[in-house]
Write a protein that binds this ligand. Structure first.
Ligand code: NDP
Length: 275
């Protein structure tokens, strides 16, 4: 029978590592699959997804700028997708229905705790950004035992909405971006802004990163370079980019679709060596 077909939808999509990651996972199990990168402009996204599944597509990943749209067009959603308000995985269900899931938060926590061997319990955490990715990771950081989560976003309303949705004021609260100069230091600083991807620098005070700080940028490659250079200059203990998170989020999708858990370490090492 023909190999089952998967795809990642984004705009732009040329840079996507998802096809290579899923093919590498598939080789671990001798699974033959097709995995395409499909560029869909926002106005064409919903029709492109429906056409893909109507034509027998077995699963789709969704990346920028379609993660909110992916949740909106799905017929059912996991708790992770509902909490994030976005989805990065779409899976067909009987009767032509589509199920949405979000693996971003679980992927970040697995990269931190399993690859980098960090125990998040008791950490004070600063989350920069309140967009789709930030919403995806906030709950998972709290679930992983982060003590307090301070959410700071350039536009305060989005940070307030996220803190309100979490609804645990003693553990998750917001501050203004202008307060960053005098809110002390944090054990964990997660950059979930898209500033790096957009080519903008974040002007962050060194005082945020104490000597035991772990700094993590959700983006990778050139987009993460500015934040990671800041972290090192600030004296942070660790400075990690989001490549490991990307591989872990892909592994969750792969397991959902194929029912087997891939070994992410060789795939991560291979991608790391290429950059
Ligand atoms: P969104 O567009 O949903 O959100 C962007 C966020 O960045 C908003 O909070 C926005 O603030 C903030 N922002 C943008 N520019 C600036 C700036 N110059 N200064 C301060 N804040 C800024 O994007 P996502 O949340 O989907 O993605 C964020 C990042 O996470 C991207 O770099 C993406 O590549 C990465 N990512 C990585 C993953 C991985 O697997 N490694 C998975 C998912 C995302 P405002 O509200 O004020 O506009």
């Amino acid at each position: 029978s023909a190999p089952s077909r998967y795809a990642v939808f984004g705009h732009p999509i040329g840079h996507s590592l998802s096809p290579a990651i899923h093919q590498a996972f598939a080789r671990q199990f001798g699974i033959a699959l097709e995995y395409a990168a499909i560029d869909a402009a926002p106005a064409a996204f919903a029709d492109a997804v429906r056409a893909f599944f109507a034509d027998g597509g077995a699963g789709a990943n969704v990346t920028l700028p379609h993660k909110a749209g992916a949740l909106a067009l799905a017929d059912e959603a996991s708790e992770a997708a509902r909490r994030a308000g976005t989805a990065n995985v779409l899976t067909p269900r009987p009767g032509g229905r589509l199920a949405a899931h979000n693996t971003d938060g679980a992927g970040l926590v697995r990269d931190l705790t399993e690859r980098h061997r960090v125990d998040l319990r008791g950490h004070t955490a600063l989350l920069l950004g309140a967009g789709g990715a930030a919403r995806g990771v906030a709950w998972h950081l709290l679930d992983a035992g982060v003590d307090t989560l301070t959410i700071v976003n350039r536009s305060p309303a989005a940070a307030d909405a996220l803190a309100d949705a979490i609804g645990e004021p003693a553990r998750a609260h917001t501050r203004y971006w202008e307060d960053l100069a005098d809110i002390g230091s944090f054990d964990l600083i997660v950059n979930a802004t898209s500033a790096g991807v957009l080519g903008h620098a974040l002007d962050l005070p060194f005082a945020l990163a104490g000597a035991r700080a772990l700094c993590y940028d959700l983006s990778y490659g050139e987009a993460a370079a500015g934040f990671l250079a800041w972290a090192r200059a600030a004296g942070a203990r660790y400075a990690f980019d989001g490549l490991g998170m990307l591989v872990e989020t892909a592994a969750d999708a792969f397991e959902l679709w194929h029912g087997v858990r891939p070994d992410t370490d060789p795939v991560y090492a291979e991608l790391r060596a290429r950059r």
